[in-house]
Each structure stands twice: as structure tokens, then as C-alpha cells.
Design a binder for this molecule. Structure first.
Ligand code: F6P
Length: 539
């Protein structure tokens, strides 16, 4: 099927997308509706033949079989021998989910109940700090133990009515310093979020936070909680078992915001709001599991991605939320997609015959319009764009601003598709009084080639339920892409080498060990670094 798709790509990849709208039902036929969401992919070059071939590709890859295996708890993360069951964390009123013959749902519910009690006790002040009611919570984690709750706390700001929640991730001491600087240790709870409880950034920041806490409170450990699969390590660290919220290894780091890793979010928005987010995700899970391919939103989103990236060769994908509060969504999706599908070998360890997943990047609109959209419209590379926009905002008195936001979003996808050809550009400039050589010279710069594909996801209002749907939509899209590419989307060996080398370099950087056994550039940089550090001035 790849050959057929490559042929279709060669034949139709450059066709004017706008001509597809000669069919009056183009929008209806090339969009998917589900539970309040609309996913429009009509402004792409996908036609009936292409779509059929893409669906056949998914079928050839046994997407249905792999999907069923995931939902029923088979060890589809084959390189680590693990099940992949983040869906169990939101299987609120579903049936049992078996891992090695044992139903995991009682444990999921028990942990959720404990989280809810803890979060509500903090929010109501039943649990206090050593200086009184907890006013601030600091989540210390990185990657999947940071991005999900950090993204969601920002996204759901109108629902945040609990203690203020802050996030520390970078090992750069500036991060933890700046966050802690304005907080009172006696009224702060520190949550150490780490699946493994070994990640050097997190454990270093956690130690810094404990030292900070110890300077003011008599029992610093009492103001810590831990989210981890490693209860032995949390105990070694002195965190009381009733402050430890555990989860199983079948929850991948970047898929973990639905369980204990989401505790900071639950504290911010409350158990009720968190539950609604789970329900939104559960709704998307059922849809992904049961809907036929043509009406299956995550699958169609995945197939559009495969068409653009692997077939047409567009290496990057821009995620452009027209929703300021989705500021961190692109960063969240970067980890979700690039750590999941950035793999050069197949599940069987063979080199892929096609590219791995795309480079994902983006910023909210309209800010991005005044920064990088120039390249999207007139650069030499085609960047497929994924717009997200809500029908309503949370500020009724600022509805006029929301209307402007939506108009900008729609204008961008329209402009990308239609462009502005030379003839139209020349006419426009002539009307403004330009003529002759000056018109010739200026016109070329003002041409928009157009025919640049985009999709739009439309949702009613960014509530916890909608956020749950949207994040689960992307999770399943990544899964479907991974299956089609033949990749194991659930390991991340590519992050290991840098971690190992950092450990061996640390003593050379501090001067505790002689700098040796490294390449000339690395040794040269260490030497320059030491010289700079020895200098008195910082000019
Ligand atoms: O960067 C690799 C990684 O393992 C991510 O997959 C993970 O989300 C992150 O580090 C944090 O890991 P942990 O939760 O174990 O601290």
C-alpha cells in the first residue's frame, strides 16, 4: 500500500486543494464529528482514492488488532515487555481490564479515591502545612512527569480554584530558585513526580527543595508527597507511605497525566473537574475503539499525518492552538509524538523503509502570526498546520476579542490554501498606483503560493471534559501512526545516551576529574568553560 500511496502522492500531491471544493459536499465528507468536536481535514489534498488507500494502509498494519491488544492489556510495548494501559486510568465505568490475568481496575479506583481525598483535604484546609493552610503546591518532575499537568493547569486556568500550583522541571538551578523564591516553605507542599524516582533533574531539584524547606520547618518530609512507581525509593527518601501515590509500569511517562502524575492538576481544579477530564478522555477511548475508520477521529488525524509526512515528505508539523491557555500544548505534543514515534527501527529492530514521526512544533495564534507564519506562507518548505480553536471563550465580556481570534484562525487556513497568485497581486498593486519595473520588482515578494494544507479541530469551550477529549485524541493519533509505521511508540531508548554521557562529564565539568577521553570539541569547550569560570568579571 505504501507504493500505491507514493504513486498517489506523486500524481496528486501538488494538485490545487481549492479545486476539491468543486464538490459541494467536500467539507461534509472530509471532516469527522464526534461528541461535540469537529475535525476538518477538507483543506488537504486528500481525495477519495487517497483516503481509501490510507485506510487500507492502516488495515494492512493490523491497526484494529493492535488497538484491541492495547485496550485489553497485552504487552504491546515489546521492547520493555509491558502493557500500555493509560486508558485504564480513565475507564471509570468500564469493565475489568486484565494484566497477566489480574483486573487492574480495583487498584486504579483505589488510587483515584486516595488522590481525591488528599486533593480535597488540601483544598479545604483539612490537611495543613506547618505554617497553616497550604497556599502553594510545587510539582517537581520533568518530561511526562511535568508536561501533562503543567499544560493542563494552564489550559484549565478558569477552573483553578485551589492552592496555586507551580512547576519545576529544568535542572538549571534558576528554575527551582525562581519558583521557590516567592513561596513560604511553611505553607507549601512539594510533590516529587517521577515514575522511576531516579531522574537526575527531578531528584536534584527535590533535594534543593528539601533543603529550602528544612531551613524553615521542623519536619520537611511531612510537606512532601511523591508520585512514582518506585515505592522502595520514595520510602528511602523519607516520604510517608500515605503521601505516596503509586502507579504501575503499564502507564508510560508521557501518557501519565490521568493518574497520580495528575495530582497537582487535581489539587488545582478539584476532584470533580479532574473526573470530567477523565470522562472526556474515556469518551474518546470508546470512540477510537469502536468507530469505523472513516468516522474515527484519531485514525483520520493519524492518516492525514502519514499522508503529509511519510508520503508527501513534509518533515515538520505545526500545532497552532488559537487559545492562549493551550500555550503548552505544542510542548506537550512534542514529547507525546516525538518521544513516541521518533524511532529509526521497526518493532522487529529493522531499519524503517520510510521516515519516522514528524518534527512537531508550534505556538498559540495569534502570536505565531507575528513571528513564524511568514515562513509558513512564503517559505520554500510546506509545513502542514494543525489549527485548534474553541467556539467560545471563558470571558463573555470579551466576546469581541474571541470573535477576532476565531476570524484570524479561519483566515490563516483560508490564506494557506488559496494563496495569492501573481496576476491577482499585480492587479492589487496596480490599483495602489504601482507600475512598470517597480510593480514587477515588488509583485514577486507579495505572491502567496498557497496550496498549503491544514486541518482544524473545533471544540465548543475548553472545559476539563474537552481537554480530556483533545489529549486522548492526540494520544490515539500517535498510537495509530506508530502502528502504521511499525514502530514501538512506548519506549524511549533515544534519551539514554545523553544521560549516560552527562554523568561521565559532570566530574570533568566540576574539575573533580581530569578532562580526558572525549573528542577535541568537548575537551576544548570544557577548557574554555574553566577559563571563563576563573575570570572575575562577567562582562
Ligand atoms: O526523558 C526520558 C523520560 O524517561 C521520559 O520518558 C519521562 O517522561 C521523563 O524522562 C521523566 O521520567 P520519570 O518520571 O521517571 O522521572
Amino acid at each position: 500500500m505504501w507504493d500505491r500511496l507514493n504513486r498517489l502522492g506523486a500524481q496528486s500531491g501538488d494538485r490545487a486543494i481549492s479545486t476539491l471544493f468543486e464538490a459541494s459536499d467536500r467539507f461534509e465528507s472530509y471532516s469527522v464529528r464526534f461528541d461535540g468536536l469537529v475535525f476538518d481535514y477538507s483543506k488537504t489534498n486528500i481525495d477519495a482514492d487517497t483516503r481509501n488507500a490510507l485506510i487500507a494502509l492502516a488495515s494492512e498494519a493490523d491497526l484494529a488488532g493492535r488497538r484491541a491488544a492495547m485496550f485489553k492489556g497485552a504487552a504491546i510495548n515489546e521492547t520493555e515487555g509491558r502493557a500500555v494501559l493509560h486508558t485504564a486510568l480513565r475507564n471509570l465505568d468500564g469493565g475489568p481490564v486484565l494484566v497477566d490475568g489480574t483486573d487492574v481496575m480495583p487498584q486504579v479506583h483505589a488510587t483515584l479515591d486516595r488522590m481525591e481525598t488528599f486533593a480535597e483535604d488540601l483544598r479545604t484546609g483539612r490537611i495543613k502545612g506547618q505554617g497553616g493552610r497550604i497556599t502553594d503546591v510545587v510539582n517537581i518532575g520533568i518530561g511526562g512527569s511535568d508536561l501533562g499537568p503543567a499544560m493542563a493547569c494552564q489550559a484549565l486556568r478558569p477552573y483553578c480554584d485551589g492552592p496555586r500550583v507551580h512547576f519545576v522541571s529544568n535542572v538549571d538551578g534558576a528554575h527551582v530558585h525562581d519558583v521557590l523564591a516567592s513561596l513560604d516553605p511553611a505553607t507549601t507542599l512539594v510533590i516529587v513526580a517521577s515514575k522511576t524516582f531516579t531522574t537526575i533533574e527531578t531528584m536534584t531539584n527535590a533535594q534543593t527543595a528539601r533543603d529550602w524547606m528544612a531551613r524553615k520547618v521542623t519536619d520537611p518530609a511531612a510537606q512532601f508527597a511523591a508520585l512514582s512507581t518506585a515505592s522502595d525509593k520514595t520510602a528511602e527518601w523519607g516520604i510517608a507511605p500515605d503521601r505516596v501515590f503509586g502507579f504501575a509500569d503499564w502507564v508510560g511517562g508521557r501518557y501519565s497525566m490521568w493518574g497520580p502524575i495528575g495530582l497537582s492538576l487535581m489539587i488545582a481544579i478539584g476532584a470533580e473537574g479532574f473526573g470530567q477530564m477523565l470522562r472526556g478522555a474515556q469518551s474518546m477511548d470508546r470512540h477510537f475503539r469502536d468507530a469505523d475508520p472513516l468516522h474515527n477521529m484519531p485514525l483520520m488525524l493519524a492518516l492525514v499525518g502519514i499522508w503529509h509526512n511519510q508520503v508527501l515528505g513534509h518533515a515538520t508539523r505545526a500545532v497552532l492552538p488559537y487559545e492562549q491557555r493551550l500555550l503548552r500544548l505544542p510542548a506537550y505534543l512534542q514529547q507525546l509524538e516525538m518521544e513516541s514515534n521518533g524511532k529509526r527501527v521497526s518493532m522487529q529492530g529493522k531499519e524503517l523503509g520510510h521516515h519516522s514521526g514528524p518534527v512537531v512544533w508550534g505556538e498559540p495564534g495569534t502570536n505565531g502570526q507575528h513571528a513564524f507564519y511568514q515562513l509558513i506562507h512564503q517559505g520554500t518548505r510546506v509545513i502542514p498546520c494543525e489549527f485548534l480553536v474553541g467556539a467560545r471563550g471563558h470571558e463573555p465580556d470579551l466576546a469581541h476579542q474571541h470573535d477576532l481570534l476565531v476570524a484570524n484562525c479561519l483566515a490563516q487556513s483560508e490564506a494557506l490554501m488559496r494563496g495569492r497568485p501573481l496576476t491577482e497581486t499585480r492587479r492589487m498593486m496596480a490599483e495602489r498606483g504601482l507600475q512598470g519595473a517597480e510593480l514587477d520588482r515588488q509583485a514577486a515578494h507579495r505572491v502567496f503560493p498557497g496550496n498549503r494544507p491544514s486541518t482544524t479541530l473545533l471544540y465548543p469551550l475548553l472545559t476539563p471534559y474537552r481537554l480530556g477529549q483533545i489529549v486522548a485524541l492526540y494520544e490515539h493519533r500517535v498510537f495509530a501512526e506508530g502502528v502504521i509505521l511499525g514502530i514501538n511508540s512506548f519506549d524511549q531508548w533515544g534519551v539514554e545516551l545523553g544521560k549516560e554521557l552527562a554523568l561521565s562529564l559532570a566530574p570533568m565539568v566540576t574539575g573533580a576529574a581530569a578532562a580526558q577521553g572525549k573528542d577535541g570539541s568537548t575537551l576544548g569547550l570544557i577548557s574554555e568553560l574553566h577559563d571563563m569560570q576563573a575570570e572575575e568579571t562577567d562582562a
